[in-house]
Write a protein that binds this ligand. Structure first.
Ligand code: ZN
Length: 162
């Protein structure tokens, strides 16, 4: 083994501001970083898997959902995590991309809004003490679902109706 470079990483334990259940699609990497900065999440525990919050809403296997719940419990135990951001993005390969929705962004949004709601309900019922926030990311920005998981004014859904 040889040292690639020297870098002093912090040794102290930290309090995690939010765990993030999110896809690893690199097109939205900068949007994620900007979101975290905007909402004041300095220290996050990212749980990155294809499809992100899809694993809680509509997992391919029930064991996928259990695995992610377990990771969240570890994050709570190790880093005092009390908030989770559940995220989905447009044109996600785990859903078959936008093509799976006939290239109809409004149709995709409708599905993803429902999935974010379903994921939040599944998470809250498994770990009730968590605060859960839900976000949808597209090529124009990041959208937070409002009360009851409904898109707020100015959301892609509202725009597409115009
Ligand atoms: Zn994805």
């Amino acid at each position: 083994m040889h040292k690639v470079f020297h870098f002093a990483s912090p040794r102290e334990r930290y309090k995690c501001d939010a765990a993030v259940v999110w896809c690893y699609d690199h097109r939205f990497e900068l949007a994620l970083r900007k979101l975290l900065k905007r909402i004041g999440v300095m220290r996050s525990d990212p749980i990155r898997i294809a499809g992100g919050a899809k694993c809680l809403a509509a997992p391919d296997k029930e064991s996928d959902r259990q695995f992610v719940l377990e990771q969240l419990r570890w994050s709570m135990q190790l880093h005092g995590t009390d908030t989770v951001l559940l995220m989905l993005h447009t044109d996600c390969g785990a859903y078959g991309g936008l093509a799976a929705f006939g290239n109809d962004a409004a149709k995709e949004l409708q599905n993803h809004t429902a999935h974010l709601q379903r994921a939040a309900i599944a998470l809250k019922s498994a770990i009730p003490e968590l605060t859960v926030k839900t976000y949808f990311v597209d090529f124009e920005g990041v959208w937070e679902l409002g009360a009851g998981g409904l898109p707020t004014t100015g959301s892609p859904a509202a725009r597409s109706k115009k």
